[in-house]
Design a protein around this ligand. Structure first.
Ligand code: PRP
Length: 174
């Protein structure tokens, strides 16, 4: 893509917000037994920072999902390509996601994980991008709200590029 990158969220802002989220989660789950389920691949950097900022250890697991549909248009059909491996029944479970866009991925995953009958299920999402929302999902722990734009960095990619940048950028066409 022929686009310039403009820094939207700096390293410091991300670090401060991750610390705040970890403090809240730490308070809410004090003494608890939490399983965090990350949604690959975009979440890998956020989740690594989040779990290390928590005041207690948690168990971690991952899923990978894909939505069918060409280009930026999603068909609304979400498909699991890698499922959870830890038992979730009667556990406190938290989905960790980098970004919610249409909401279809999180809505599907939420229903899927509820079928495992966890004791509780919450969602921690770094970015709520509201422009294309089709399904509302409860974002119990939220980092940032962004109205629109194509975001890259801190795990987020454009055609597998720019995931490893430490800041979050918005792509701007020339
Ligand atoms: C992104 C993001 C979410 C999903 C959100 O993943 O990480 O999982 O899209 O979109 P939605 O709210 O419209 O369903 P992507 O499919 O780009 O995969 P990646 O994390 O491997 O980059």
């Amino acid at each position: 893509m022929d686009a310039k990158k403009r820094c939207l969220i700096s390293r410091d802002e991300i670090a401060r917000r991750v610390a705040e989220l970890a403090e809240r989660i730490g308070r809410d789950y004090a003494g608890g037994d939490l399983v965090m389920v990350g949604v690959l691949k975009g979440v890998f950097i956020f989740m690594a920072d989040l779990v290390r900022a928590l005041p207690f250890p948690v168990e971690v697991d991952f899923v990978r999902l894909c939505s069918y549909g060409a280009g930026t248009a999603t068909s609304g059909e979400v498909h699991i390509t890698k499922d959870v491996e830890l038992p979730l029944k009667d556990r406190d479970v938290m989905i960790v996601e980098d970004i919610v866009d249409t909401g279809l991925t999180l809505d599907f995953l939420r229903q899927h994980l509820l079928s495992h009958r966890p004791r509780s299920l919450k969602i921690c999402c770094l970015i709520d991008k509201q422009e294309r929302r089709e399904v509302e999902v409860p974002l119990d722990y939220l980092g940032f709200v962004v109205e629109k734009g194509f975001l890259v960095g801190y795990g987020l990619d454009c055609g597998e590029q720019s995931r490893t940048l430490p800041e979050i950028f918005v792509l701007e066409k020339d």
